[in-house]
Design a protein around this ligand. Structure first.
Ligand SMILES: N[C@@H](CCC(=O)N[C@@H](CS)C(=O)NCC(=O)O)C(=O)O
Length: 203
């Protein structure tokens, strides 16, 4: 199994953490976004929309989209379970993973894309939209701090893929100076400490 990734990007990290939790061995190829290595014709043959991560199986089949990759890994390596054991838990984890993706990771990525000099000559930026997204993330931190006052993890009382998505999103905020303030968001900070202390967080 071969993972095409960029070590600095949040979506490939989701898959690396997922694989680390599963204890699955895999090889990696670094595709540097900074060097535009993901825009080459060769990489576009793996993913025509030039995004990471991509997982290539031993038989040459390729999978893209972090969650599609995670679901494939979950089914081929069922333990430890990270996506739910029954209909209700699977729905809960799906709900919280979607929240983590759409309410954290995506807006946090938009702050970076629209305000950081890294993207200046690569895409059309809207700094105003970036700042709107920054405010949005701040309000989502308030909400998640309240949620995490009632339980230890995003989707309940155990670590799941929803925590992986949220961790990768929140950690990626650092580059845009979006950080959890433990004084104002103690529950979110405690959760972050809890999930960051897992060995997989280093993946
Ligand atoms: N929904 C996709 C998102 C993939 C994505 O946006 N990847 C980013 C890295 S985190 C990327 O490759 N960006 C390169 C670019 O925008 O040019 C997934 O979950 O795999």
């Amino acid at each position: 199994m071969l993972l095409y990734h960029d070590p600095r990007a949040p979506n490939p990290r989701r898959v690396r953490i997922f694989l680390a939790e599963k204890g699955v061995a895999y090889d990696t190829i670094e595709v540097s976004i900074a060097a535009a290595a993901h825009q080459t014709e060769e990489f576009r043959r793996k993913n025509p929309i030039a995004l990471l991560p991509v997982l290539e199986l031993a038989d040459g089949r390729v999978l893209r989209e972090s969650m599609a990759i995670c679901r494939w890994v979950e089914e081929s390596h069922p333990t430890p379970n990270l996506i739910g054991v029954d209909a209700w838990e699977r729905a809960q984890i799906e709900q919280w993973n979607r929240h983590a993706e759409l309410e954290l990771l995506w807006p946090i990525a938009q702050v970076f894309r629209n305000t950081n000099a890294f993207w200046q000559d690569r895409i059309k930026q809207s700094p105003e939209f970036g700042e709107i997204m920054r405010d949005h993330v701040g309000r989502r931190f308030d909400w998640l701090d309240r949620e995490l006052g009632t339980r230890e993890y995003f989707a309940g009382d155990r670590f799941t893929v929803a925590d992986i998505t949220a961790l990768c999103g929140i950690d990626f905020g650092k580059v845009s100076n979006l950080r959890i303030n433990a004084a104002t968001h103690p529950n979110l900070a405690a959760w972050h400490q809890r999930v960051s202390s897992r060995p997989s967080a280093k993946a």
